[in-house]
Design a protein around this ligand. Sequence first.
Ligand code: PLP
Length: 392
Amino acid sequence: MAFPERFSNLPDYAFPRLRKLLDAHVPGGPQISMTIGEPRHPMPDFVGQVLADSIADFAVYPPNDGTPELLSAISAWIQRRYAVTLDHDRLMVLNGTREGLYNACIALCPEQKNGKTPVVLMPNPFYQVYAVAALTVGAEPVYVPATAATGFLPDYASLSADVLDRTTIAYICSPANPQGAVASSEYWATLLALAEKHDFIIFADECYSEIWRSAPPVGILDVAQRVGANPERVFAFHSLSKRSNLPGLRSGFVAGGTQGIARIRKLRSFAGAPLPLALQRVAERAWSDEAHVTASLALYQDKFRAANEIFAGLQGYECPEGGFFLWLPVDDGETAALKLWQATGVKVLPGAYLSRDADGQNPGKAYIRVALVAPKQEMQRGLIQLRDCLYS
Ligand SMILES: Cc1ncc(COP(=O)(O)O)c(C=O)c1O
């Protein structure tokens, strides 16, 4: 039987790969999982009630684009958060950002650009759906190093004019998974100018926007408004998974130009799975409430303070500006993850499972990613064991 060639070189997903690496070995102690980016703070207390009140909504097909009430709640959140006013036709409800980041590429990436194969840019390391989206549309994925040397964000302006002139979409993640780097206003403004010059659009994955250390990260929507960017170049993806500790709700949105959003909506009306109506009601409530977000943020702030104390003085340790991961330098990520597992039972993710070989280098290879999602005391135990095992 024949299968599509374009996915044949995909590596296994990070977590099956990790199981292959670790499962044959006995953990050195009680297991502490610091691998997956699944929030474990309490979900908002109103979820159960809203769901119970909406139970009859499971009997009907949900509206494709989102209910007007949900779109209004999202629009009001964007207004509060970024001081940007967006009408409903600039918004589309998603089943979480992962599928949105994938399907928006299908909806918006042209088959060719300037008569050539299109390029889709992404940081390296990166959230893996970006590459699969590029392969799906027959574009060439170009992996751009996001290393200490580039402030852990990709320097797209350093690419050749040939690559940039073939670029249709540039993915960018801020706060970045895995490194936690946050794009500044200048970074966004430079990227917007580059997109204008080379005629491409930006997919800004901002699903960690509400998890930060010292100040709420600036978003592409507010910078785009300030610099007067063409709204059709800017698509911002947001999610309730991390903001509201609701990864199982599968709820997010994309905000963009009216033409692009119309195309995304149209494709999804044929091929998408709209968010169930009862879940749209929960999402509406979640976007309208900040108290639970503030409470969860305080827990993360506390955890990062604890992490800073544990790693104080350790060379190469940097507290990330946003997100909930540590991106720690080691000699080799796989060797370190296996050593840590065998010595202590602490499970972390080798950085190379989130990155690709490009130009003879793999910028994730000498890192591990550590998720600070477990309850604080368990997390502290895990970090102390990690420090003592890998850095002493
Ligand atoms: C960078 C990044 N983007 C998108 C997602 C997907 O989030 P969602 O749950 O909204 O699909 C994740 C989830 O881990 C992520 O880390």
